[in-house]
Design a protein around this ligand. Structure first.
Ligand code: AMP
Length: 286
């Protein structure tokens, strides 16, 4: 496994493998790797010849007052995890290499970026779309592997790849969870063990939402929102639920009446647990 910090070098490496008929995969990450990331790497390696993992805490996707400075980092540990998971190359650039002294271009999407996370993290998806466009132009992968954990990010990137005719296939892998249901996240390292235990309520309310829709046949989403709020209030009164929304998984439009609805349903949430902001989601059909 090689660690590369230089954009041109990665472009040349990828070009070489593409010319020799090899399939190149990219797993983009912000590091502090866990089993969610390794599941993407293992699958990407299995389905392709060459695996490039990018590790870059992208400053442009963090807003003012967010946790860019304190985002967890442990690059040596990350290198070991990548090596064990079959990575061939790690692309680990400095911010200076990615953005230079001045960088005038921003990739902005409308609509899918404007709700859910967009309400709480303005500008976040501009940063994500821009850095992923750059990573796709640098690693030139046949396939990019992403986790379902970031459902809105996936919807945004799917749309961007389609709108901009980017020749990369997007593959979404299931969310890896702790035994109690808590989705693995680099930010879980900020949680105390008590907070981790209590955070199981988040997956619990997602499953409850699914159950109310698929088994109890509740069609008025307001009823579900009310029940979910009460469960969280009762089990973890100190948690601050920012949103819990039932939407169409592609358009991210909110569904108010599930009567006759046949598409894929996304229930997503964001919740502050102490000073740590967690997101999670579940996708299903009726
Ligand atoms: P991050 O390093 O948090 O930016 O995540 C990099 C990639 O790993 C994204 O595509 C995430 O959706 C994915 N990922 C993060 N956590 C998980 C998880 N628990 N299960 C599966 N994929 C994940």
């Amino acid at each position: 496994m090689k660690v590369v910090k230089d954009i041109t070098a990665v472009q040349q490496i990828s070009e070489f493998y593409r010319c020799t008929g090899k399939k190149v995969a990219l797993v983009p990450t912000m590091g502090f790797l866990h089993e969610g990331h390794t599941s993407l790497m293992l699958r990407a390696k299995q389905e392709n010849d060459i695996l490039i993992v990018s590790i870059f805490v992208n400053p442009t996707q963090f807003g003012k007052g967010e946790d860019f400075d304190k985002y967890p980092r442990d690059i040596v540990r990350d290198f070991h995890i990548c090596e064990k998971s079959g990575a061939d190359y790690i692309f680990n650039p400095e911010a200076e290499e990615m953005y230079g002294k001045d960088h005038f271009t921003k990739v902005t999407l409308s609509n899918v970026t404007e709700k859910l996370e967009g309400d709480f993290r303005p500008g976040h998806f501009d940063g994500v779309a821009t850095v992923v466009t750059k990573l796709l132009n640098i690693a030139k992968p046949h396939r990019i592997y992403l986790g379902q954990k970031d459902a809105q990010q996936n919807a945004v990137l799917k749309r961007m790849i389609s709108d901009l005719n980017i020749d990369t296939e997007l593959i979404i892998c299931e969310t890896i969870r702790e035994e109690n249901g808590l989705a693995r996240s680099s930010r879980n390292t900020f949680l105390t063990s008590e907070q981790k235990d209590k955070a199981s309520v988040l997956f619990h309310v997602l499953k409850e939402g699914e159950k109310m829709i698929t088994r109890e046949k509740i069609t008025d989403t307001e009823i579900i929102y009310e029940k979910v709020k009460n469960i969280i209030k009762e089990k973890s009164p100190d948690f601050q639920l920012q949103y819990y929304k039932i939407t169409d998984n592609n358009s991210l439009e909110e569904i108010r009446d599930l009567n006759g609805y046949t598409g894929e349903i996304l229930i997503s949430l964001a919740c502050k647990v102490g000073s740590t902001r967690l997101i999670d989601n579940i996708i299903f059909t009726k």
